[in-house]
Design a protein around this ligand. Structure first.
Ligand code: NDP
Length: 292
């Protein structure tokens, strides 16, 4: 017999989560502020709870996927008396401080709290490669790991501090926009020449694989503070600044998004990192600790 699961929040992601539990044969209860969004899931076999309190009471495992911690706290308010003893999992995006606030509310009302992050799109829910990570009450993860894996095969536990999942989500997410902007710049260059952006994908994908391949070395350099292993120096990137400006002129593209990065490179050179690996940029990126 499969663990009964409640899904709170039936946006794009919550709907996909609920559908995955229905597909996996779990008794599934759903609730959403706008009740009409539950209709397709009810047609697929879900139980619809009229209010959030009933929804929480319906299952030992309650998974909330609302917009934010703020909206989750607001929505769960009326169910404060019902969460005691339940495993409550939140899967919204947010900051570590938001996660700590959420955890304080949940544990304060007697819930066993686990915060998680899903690092993929709704259509990827349930696939073996889909990444989810969790932090908080280890006993919730251990007890429900098989059930949590229904949402994605690459499921892991980061640690007991409830804000770790939000911290890692924040840390991982930082790559997205800079990487996409790099691709958009390349697409601007080739489409200006009448070539399709699709012609670039194969080569950019290889380039990204190269970046992936050096991440472990870069991470070790950062962890040890020994920036001598990667043969791509700050100086080399610093010399590339002129080249970025040429791209702007020759390709007729706006390269203004590079300027803050150029500034980081100049400050790194000034700080004596010219011959160090590009990983030394973290030394100028990190703000000095405030001393109390
Ligand atoms: P949607 O905008 O599709 O859905 C938002 C959900 O939050 C709805 O169920 C909405 O209810 C509910 N909600 C918003 N405000 C309130 C409120 N004040 N009170 C009660 N309910 C509220 O978002 P997604 O489903 O796409 O995303 C949900 C979370 O998952 C977000 O934190 C998002 O960052 C994260 N996520 C999303 C991904 C994606 O690709 N979509 C990928 C990874 C994470 P109502 O229907 O009544 O408006």
């Amino acid at each position: 017999t499969r663990t009964p699961v409640t899904i709170l929040g039936l946006g794009a992601m919550g709907t996909a989560l609920a559908q995955a539990y229905l597909d996996a044969g779990h008794p599934t209860t759903v609730w959403n502020r706008t009740a009409a969004k539950a209709a397709p899931l009810v047609a697929a076999g879900a139980h619809h709870a009229e209010n959030v309190e009933d929804a929480v009471a319906a299952s030992p495992l309650v998974i909330a996927c609302l917009l934010s911690y703020e909206t989750t706290l607001a929505a769960l308010g009326p169910a404060a008396g019902a969460v005691s003893g339940r495993a409550l999992v939140t899967l919204n995006s947010g900051t570590p401080s938001g996660a700590r606030e959420m955890a304080a509310w949940a544990t304060g009302h007697g819930a066993r709290f686990l915060d998680g992050a899903i690092k993929n799109v709704p259509t990827a829910v349930g696939l073996p490669d889909t990444v989810l990570y969790y932090s908080g009450d280890r006993s919730v993860f251990d007890e429900h790991e098989t059930t949590l894996r229904v949402m994605g095969g690459d499921t892991s536990y980061l640690g007991a501090d409830a804000d770790l999942a939000a911290l890692y989500e924040m840390a991982v997410g930082g790559t997205l926009l800079p990487a996409l902007l790099g691709f958009f710049q390349g697409a601007a260059l080739v489409t200006r020449r009448g070539l399709p952006a699709t012609s670039l994908v194969r080569y950019t994908a290889k380039w990204l694989e190269m970046i992936i391949s050096v991440l472990p070395v870069i991470a070790e350099e950062i962890d040890t503070g020994d920036y001598t292993r990667l043969p791509s120096s700050v100086g080399l990137f610093h010399e590339g600044i002129a080249y970025d400006h040429e791209i702007g002129v020759e390709g007729d593209v706006d390269i203004a998004w590079h300027l803050p990065m150029h500034d980081l490179l100049r400050r790194a050179v000034e700080a004596g990192h010219r011959d160090h690996s590009i990983a030394a940029l973290i030394e100028v990126l990190r703000k000095p600790h405030e001393t109390a």
